[in-house]
Design a protein around this ligand. Structure first.
Ligand SMILES: [Zn+2]
Length: 303
């Protein structure tokens, strides 16, 4: 899946834009509030920054192409000033009216997308650079909102931006720089990984079957992200906190379809019911690939 970017005009000189920024970008909205109007969300985050566009301000084709995991960049007065990652999108008039009301034409901002608040950063990207990549005139005003799948453009907003941050060491604080580096790393992740993996396992631990009450079940990466493990369902398994931790520590794995305990595990652990009851029992895999488990067996598991 190629990542895209949604170029969102949002002029800070416009009164309504300023109000919307204040309400739902500089402040977050709780998932519970959104769930009053929207049946379900495709992410398990609890807070969001929210933006919406009126039907006349976004071509339908551009809206339909926007996907979870894409970037969004806000434009005003010849520069792009905010960058974030989209974690859900939907068409919902009632939520739009609740969040922002209506404009003087009776329209509302019903084409809505949710942004991960931890992904949102201030940027300063000259719009001429963006116009050049897209073969627009240098003074193009980026109206209406449009979706692009263009690797050069994505690089401008991520890799090139990182390089500029590196260069401007003196004027940018370490804290700001760290936030930007962490954020841009985050853009490479798929925010729907966790939801998909947990859905495959019906929100239960693959080993002990405990249900996901109190957020006890995680979507674990079989091959860890730091080792290049991708955010795809085949590399995911739903595990409770205890089994997740032991799996990551290499004390348990799934070998030949069975829960296998490391010979290095202390006997107190081995004899604990959370382990002893499941050792050598068949584990039903739901979407997890043998290939990634093999990698875990060979590289993480203390066999
Ligand atoms: Zn478990």
């Amino acid at each position: 899946m190629e990542r895209g970017i949604f170029l969102q005009p949002a002029s800070i000189k416009e009164k309504l834009v300023k109000e919307h920024l204040e309400k739902t970008i500089f402040r977050t909205v709780d998932s519970a509030e959104i769930l009053r109007f929207q049946k379900e969300l495709k992410t398990d985050l609890e807070k969001f920054n929210v933006w919406g566009v009126t039907p006349s301000r976004v071509p339908k084709s551009s809206w339909e192409k926007l996907q979870i995991g894409d970037l969004v960049a806000f434009y005003s007065q010849r520069k792009f000033y905010l960058l974030g990652q989209v974690v859900d999108k939907f068409h919902n008039k009632d939520l739009a009216k609740y969040l922002w009301g209506e404009n003087e034409k009776g329209e509302t901002w019903e084409y809505i997308y949710l942004i991960d608040p931890d992904s949102l950063i201030s940027i300063d990207v000259n719009s001429e650079k963006v116009a050049k990549i897209l073969n627009y005139k240098p003074n193009y005003n980026f109206m209406p909102a449009r979706y692009h799948q263009n690797s050069e453009l994505i690089a401008l907003f991520t890799d090139k931006l990182l390089k500029e941050i590196e260069k401007s060491k003196d004027i940018i604080t370490t804290v700001q720089r760290e936030k930007i580096v962490a954020t841009i790393g985050k853009y490479k992740r798929d925010p729907s990984f966790s939801i998909k993996v947990k859905q495959n396992y019906e929100n239960k631990c693959a080993i002990c079957g405990i249900p996901n009450e109190g957020a006890i079940v995680d979507a674990a990466h079989v091959k860890p992200v730091k080792d290049g493990g991708p955010d795809i369902e085949e590399n995911g398994i739903a595990l409770c906190k205890v089994h997740h931790h032991l799996f990551d520590a290499g004390l348990i794995t799934i070998k030949n379809g069975k829960l296998t305990v490391s010979p290095t595990a202390h006997s107190d652990l081995r004899n604990h019911p959370l382990i002893s009851e499941f050792e050598n029992k068949n584990i039903k895999l739901k979407g997890t690939s043998e290939e990634f488990l093999k990698w875990h067996n060979e590289n993480i598991f203390k066999g």
